[in-house]
Design a protein around this ligand. Structure first.
Ligand code: ADP
Ligand code: MG
Length: 223
């Protein structure tokens, strides 16, 4: 169900600081396995999003390593990191972040356009995903009229299109009604069970407990 081979993410002695004096976390070791979902939990400001963006190769470690599929990401050029991200990863952010100037279907196809694989089959796949997640409005319309829950389900379709080996989600159900939150959460856990490596930053400990494993981010003792 997941495209290509399955991908391990390995963090080794990972330290990250926005300012030198005050690292967000230090010496973090963790291995994220295919077929698992991992919740990154911690209080607000503990560094959950930061860790997710490091894994997503959108930030670089202050020290330590991130290996994805056995490749040390810090050794890669920016374009190689972007290529790896496009090929292996899907993202879901808290506020869907759909492009208001593009149709719903083009929002779902966005990553595929980047990957240069937006042919007829990909369009069919996008429509099938929208249908599967109950987005029943005309997909040629702009997303402006969508409810938050519908918009996030569109964002979920965008993340799952092309069946990436890794899905990263940042507070994906933060602003959603329970029904949409259940749909999004179940989809992420189901996608992990199908062989993907799924990492979800969340402050929702009840939902986090449904993941295969939990990583506590940040200092154990709040300052
Ligand atoms: P969480 O997602 O757990 O709420 P974040 O990863 O967003 O935490 O933030 C961790 C800490 O880093 C917070 O103290 C936040 O204010 C700080 N921070 C986040 N982004 C930046 C940035 N671009 N520059 C400087 N500090 C930042
Ligand atoms: Mg956050």
């Amino acid at each position: 169900m997941v495209r290509g081979r399955q991908v391990v993410i390995e963090l080794t002695d990972l330290t990250f600081a926005y300012s030198v004096a005050d690292p967000i976390f230090a010496g973090l070791d963790h291995r994220f396995e295919p077929g698992t979902s991992t919740a990154l939990v911690g209080r607000s400001g503990s560094g959950k999003s930061t860790l997710l963006y490091l894994i997503g190769l959108m930030l670089s470690p202050t020290s330590g390593n991130i290996a994805i599929d056995g490749i040390a990401a810090d050794a890669l050029a920016d374009w190689q990191r972007a290529e790896m991200r496009a090929r292996l990863m899907g993202f879901v952010f808290q506020d869907a972040l759909l492009d208001p100037a593009r149709s719903i279907i083009d929002n779902v196809l966005e990553g595929a356009l980047y990957n240069d694989v937006a042919g007829g089959d990909t369009r069919e796949e996008a429509l099938a995903l929208l249908s599967r997640f109950g987005v029943t409005v005309d997909s040629e319309r702009r997303p402006g009229q969508l409810s938050g829950g519908q918009a996030q389900r569109v964002a979920l379709c965008r993340a799952l299109l092309g069946e990436p080996a890794i899905v990263l989600a940042d507070e994906p159900t933060g602003n959603l009604d329970d029904m949409s939150a259940d749909i999004v959460w179940d989809a992420l856990l189901g996608y992990a069970a199908a062989g993907a490596t799924v990492v979800i930053a969340t402050h929702d400990r009840q939902r986090a407990a449904l993941c295969t494993s939990i990583v506590e981010v940040g200092h154990a003792d709040p300052a």
